[in-house]
Write a protein that binds this ligand. Sequence first.
Ligand code: FE
Ligand code: FE
Length: 165
Amino acid sequence: MAEKKTLETLFHDTLKDIYYAERKILKALPKMARGASSSQLKAAFEKHRDQTEVHVERLQQVFEILGKRAQGKTCEAIEGLIAEGEEILDGFKGQPAIDAGLASAAQAVEHYEIARYGTLARWAGELGLKDAQKLLATTLQEETATDAALTALAEKTLNQSAMAA
Ligand code: FE
Ligand code: FE
């Protein structure tokens, strides 16, 4: 008989998905920072790169709690979202709308992470993995704060700069 697939299976598979995604994001953020023209946006990307390093470490702790090896599984969603960011980097280089575009691409990534961590934190709670739930909820809160910071920056300066004649 085939192995029974349960909520724990889903939890472990989704953990591998976000682990793969976080490591991709860790590599993408410095490129986004280099491509940004606004010094505030650069700083936001650099700050989030440092946070992302911690996100990877927290996931390694969650794998440890599960008694599983930290292992990623190709996440097509993040490949697509990062490719969209690269399209902005290439297509809007030197253009007034580069920063508004990069911020929006980064927010699409944050929203993906928010969806994943929201689910994972909830599942960890239901599986009785309190420590894992706490780690995942902490990262979720940082992703949410990053998304809000990017919205604020876009509304305050980036969108206006993008409209410059
Ligand atoms: Fe993250
Ligand atoms: Fe993030």
